[in-house]
Design a protein around this ligand. Structure first.
Ligand code: ADP
Length: 445
């Protein structure tokens, strides 16, 4: 195609030269024809030479704006070059758009991405990787990654060249994090390092492990005692009635202890289930407080002075069963951790300033040292393990309180002084105050 086009253009040049030369030859003789042909060919050659020079100059900085204009064969050449240049520009634009799309996708990814060359130098990394490894692309590009990610396990993982399993890496900076790091070799000896922040999952996993260990431990003790008693009874040739009665009483205590533990565990699991939001109603807190005072009196069996002050008639929107269980735990703790002769003051009163009403239980009991206070609502956290167990505690009471209050957007304040007593206060937000039904009881303690 091209050859034919060039050939036809050359022909288009040769024919007029031959024709003009022939006419000049017919008029002026052979020399004149030869001179005319030489002249015409020289003009044609000068034209070609000029265009070649323009092309050479243009090729130094090819641009559509500066593309020379010409005629004949050169017009086709320049048109072809313009087409080529446009196609190349389009290709470059498509390519840079594709690169930009990948860069943006990489930047938006929550996982960290680092591209390393064959010598483990950083070629590129995304913002998540900058956060995970404390890198800064502008500063650290072309640096050896092991100079910057300095944990020895990372260097070993890189060197081992077996990347089947991810590496769990704890980073001390810029903030403490647990990362799952995976290396993927690709292309021409390059490597892609991906990192995922699994700090949260690691914490949940640790909590799960601790929880299972705690529950097993809590159940093992009473179970061991029960099994021991059963074996003793079983090994006796004849069962003495008195011994059997005493043993059965102790066994029943251990059974009750396990029962309480399982009940508290079920309560906690129900509270934690997100598919189980609390059924809400208007709760008469004054009546609930009076019920709790009666429960406290029954639990105390006359060993404590128990007082209730109902200074506010507010009802709250909430789940009565959950609130009863939470406040019941506060009251039972007050009774259990207050020696005989002590005093327990319960109150339902309006809060200060913009705060809603509060239910408080104050005791004159053993109190708690301040460093224990932040951890009291953790599951199975006990200040005095022996005392908690001896009084039938499961170590889950305050964890239940915390969950219930959380579901009601209320908070728990704890004030305590060793040897002087403690005050646990549940403070409701103002928006939890419910309208009091028309036919409700008047205020009275
Ligand atoms: P427990 O079943 O052991 O009482 P809780 O979760 O109810 O578990 O309480 C956690 C710990 O907080 C208790 O073991 C106890 O050491 C301490 N505690 C709770 N309430 C009181 C209180 N009123 N006075 C003193 N210590 C308390």
């Amino acid at each position: 195609m091209l050859v034919r086009a060039v050939f036809s253009k050359l022909l288009a040049l040769a024919i007029p030269v031959a024709l003009v030369s022939a006419i000049v030859g017919a008029l002026g003789g052979r020399e004149a024809a030869a001179a005319c042909a030489v002249l015409l060919l020289t003009v044609a050659w000068l034209h070609q030479a000029r265009n070649l020079l323009r092309l050479k100059r243009w090729l130094k900085a090819p641009s559509l704006d500066t593309l020379p204009q010409s005629m004949g064969l050169w017009e086709d050449v320049y048109a072809g070059l313009a087409r080529l240049l446009r196609a190349q520009r389009q290709h470059a634009t498509d390519l840079s758009r594709a690169v930009e799309r990948f860069r943006l996708a990489g930047t938006a990814m929550p996982e960290g991405l680092v591209i390393l060359d064959g010598d483990d130098r950083i070629l590129w990394c995304n913002p998540a990787a900058e956060r995970h490894f404390g890198l800064e692309l502008a500063r650290d590009a072309r640096q050896q990654v092991t100079y910057l990610v300095r944990q020895p396990q990372f260097a070993q993982y890189l060197a081992a060249q077996s990347y089947g399993e991810p590496l769990i890496l704890r980073t001390p900076r810029p903030q403490e994090m647990v990362l799952s790091v995976q290396l993927v070799p690709y292309g021409d000896n390059q490597k892609l390092v991906t990192s995922r922040d699994i700090t949260h999952w690691e914490r949940v996993e640790t909590m799960r492990r601790d929880f299972v260990a705690n529950v097993s431990h809590e159940l093992r003790t009473p179970l061991t005692v029960l099994v021991g008693f059963l074996e003793t009874l079983n090994g006796m040739a004849s069962i003495n009635h008195d011994i059997a009665r005493r043993t059965l009483t102790l066994m029943s205590e251990q059974g009750t202890r396990m029962q309480h533990l399982v009940e508290d565990l079920l309560t906690l699991s129900q509270l934690e289930s997100t598919q189980n939001p609390p059924r809400e109603e208007a709760v008469d807190m004054a009546r609930l407080a009076r019920d709790l005072r009666d429960d406290a009196a029954a639990l105390s069996g006359g060993r404590h002075r128990i007082l209730l002050a109902v200074e506010c008639g507010d009802w709250v929107t909430g789940n009565e069963a959950e609130l009863r269980s939470a406040f019941g735990n506060l009251v039972s703790n007050a009774v259990r951790y207050t020696p005989e002769g002590g005093e327990i003051r319960m109150a339902w009163r309006r809060g200060a300033d913009s705060e809603g009403p509060a239910f408080s239980v104050q005791d004159s009991g053993i109190g708690i040292e301040s460093h224990h206070l932040p951890r009291l609502t953790e599951r199975f956290y006990r200040v005095d393990r022996g005392r908690s167990r001896d009084t039938g505690g499961t170590g889950l009471g305050l964890a239940i309180v915390k969950h219930v209050l959380g579901r009601h957007q209320a908070r728990l304040d704890v004030k305590s002084e060793p040897g002087r007593g403690s005050t646990f206060t549940a403070v409701f937000p103002q928006q939890r105050v419910a309208a009091v039904p028309a036919a409700s009881e008047p205020l009275s303690a």
